[in-house]
Design a protein around this ligand. Structure first.
Ligand code: GRF
Length: 199
């Protein structure tokens, strides 16, 4: 199965996906890695792994939908069946979601529906939560809202800083995302309404 990974930053999740494809755990190939940030280190990781990269500059598109149309066109051209968001810092338009309904997944550094948004790690710490974690979910029209595929819990320690907590969350992300992608690629995920079951 062809998948595409959309990133804006460091790309440690991308790296975990690449490594798990290379060792045969995920039976898929990455058609391309796309970024809206030309300086994203994720692009370096893709190049090093011999994966095609695509950089799109949002300034060249009038609307979010125009930008997304370009992405969807490229996805279809390359017969991509699963879109993996890995630190992609742009909201997808309803058009994109419609075109790839139940075929776009995201990873979030908290146990959804708690601590949605781009400060999930800091918000859990500031709230005084004792447990947080990571969530892999399908993407729908609302932020961090779609059906949940899997979650892993991470304990918050009294002396945690954002940095130390993020480090442990990343370790879980790098296991959870490859696991969820493998399940999708092997056709083991069933969605009914909000409920995802693993066959
Ligand atoms: C991850 O922490 C993920 O939960 C969030 O964005 C971050 C991306 O990190 N959606 P990286 O670029 O994969 O290192």
């Amino acid at each position: 199965m062809n998948i595409a990974v959309l990133c804006s930053g460091n790309g440690t999740n991308l790296q975990a996906i690449i490594d798990n494809i290379n060792k045969g755990y995920i039976p898929a190939r990455i058609a391309f890695v796309l970024s809206d940030e030309k300086k994203a280190f994720a692009l370096e990781r893709a190049r090093k792994a011999g994966i095609e990269t695509v950089i799109l500059d949002k300034k060249e598109y009038k609307t979010r939908e125009d930008f997304d149309k370009e992405i969807v066109e490229r996805l279809k051209k390359r017969d991509v069946k699963l879109v993996v968001l890995a630190g992609f810092m742009r909201l997808l338009s309803p058009y994109f979601i419609r075109e790839y309904r139940n075929r776009i997944i995201n990873i979030h550094p908290a146990l959804l529906p708690s601590f949605k948004g781009s400060h999930g790690v800091k918000d859990a710490l500031d709230h005084g939560a004792k447990v947080t974690g990571v969530t892999v979910h399908f993407v729908d029209e609302n932020l961090d809202n779609g059906p949940i595929i899997l979650q892993k819990a991470v304990e918050i320690r009294a002396d945690d800083t954002e940095e130390t907590l993020l480090e442990r969350l990343h370790k879980e992300e790098h296991k959870a995302y490859p696991e969820a992608i493998k399940l999708f690629v092997e056709g083991k995920i069933k969605i009914e309404g909000r409920k995802v079951t693993i066959r």
